[in-house]
Write a protein that binds this ligand. Structure first.
Ligand SMILES: NC(=O)c1ccc[n+]([C@@H]2O[C@H](COP(=O)([O-])OP(=O)(O)OC[C@H]3O[C@@H](n4cnc5c(N)ncnc54)[C@H](OP(=O)(O)O)[C@@H]3O)[C@@H](O)[C@H]2O)c1
Length: 208
């Protein structure tokens, strides 16, 4: 089981926090608005705690569950408090009408977080291809992830497995750009007939 800190108190924080606690992990909620952090921790129950904004997270795995434009600034504000942590970036950097990405073509929010974070922070992109209500439904869906540190990805994979979900390693952190593009593709499919109950998954895993 893992110790998790979630930065953010919105829909994704609630969905991941709920599954994390059900899976036997510990959860700390941190939000820029302490009342919202406390309200989410109370709603999650099961021993969920709150942490002060910008304090060192108690969790070994820190999930950045804020809107994409806030992700790098938040990581910068936490600074050394994120040293030695595994930071999971779940953001989708969509432009205003979700017709494209709001990051340059040669990078991703996850890579920008890695540049902003302390050198001992290991960044993993994950969860961005799952809508919060799909997560909340609790079906055993695939969770795509990307990161440069094999041990960090193993830790995140173990955490994902406790949620009853399937970790799917897409490669190193440069693949985060394509996972962010996959989030965009998913919204396009959802808007153009399939609806927002969809999730991406792989077929034929483990076969030649
Ligand atoms: N919702 C989904 O289905 C979904 C799916 C995949 C990925 N994501 C990604 O997950 C992230 C969270 O989405 P969500 O649906 O949970 O959003 P949400 O319900 O709107 O919650 C956003 C959270 O981010 C915080 N926040 C926003 N800007 C911030 C900043 N500059 N500094 C600090 N905190 C900030 C908000 O704090 P305040 O309450 O104080 O404003 C709130 O706690 C987003 O990056 C989104 O792209 C969402």
């Amino acid at each position: 089981m893992s110790s998790i800190s979630i930065i953010g108190s919105g829909n994704m924080a609630r969905a991941i926090g709920t599954l994390a606690l059900e899976g036997g992990n510990t959860v700390e909620v941190m939000a820029r608005n302490p009342d919202k952090a406390a309200a989410l921790a109370r709603a999650l129950g099961n021993g969920a705690t709150t942490g002060a904004w910008r304090a060192t997270p108690t969790g070994d795995i820190v999930i950045i569950a804020v809107l994409f434009a806030g992700a790098v600034p938040v990581v910068s504000q936490y600074g050394e408090a994120l040293a030695d942590k595994i930071v999971v970036d779940i953001t989708n950097p969509f432009n205003a009408d979700a017709s494209g990405l709001a990051v340059p073509h040669d990078t991703s929010v996850a890579q920008m977080i890695a540049e902003a974070a302390p050198s001992t922070t290991r960044v993993v992109k994950a969860f961005n291809t799952l809508f919060s209500h799909v997560l909340a439904a609790g079906d055993p869906v695939d969770v795509f992830m990307a990161g440069d540190d094999t041990r960090a990805k193993a830790s995140v994979s173990a955490f994902i497995t406790t949620l009853g979900l399937r970790p799917r390693d897409a490669g190193d952190l440069s693949m985060a750009h394509w996972l962010e593009g996959a989030g965009l593709l998913e919204v396009g499919l959802a808007r153009n007939g399939l609806g927002f109950g969809i999730s991406f998954g792989v077929n034929g895993a483990g076969t030649e």
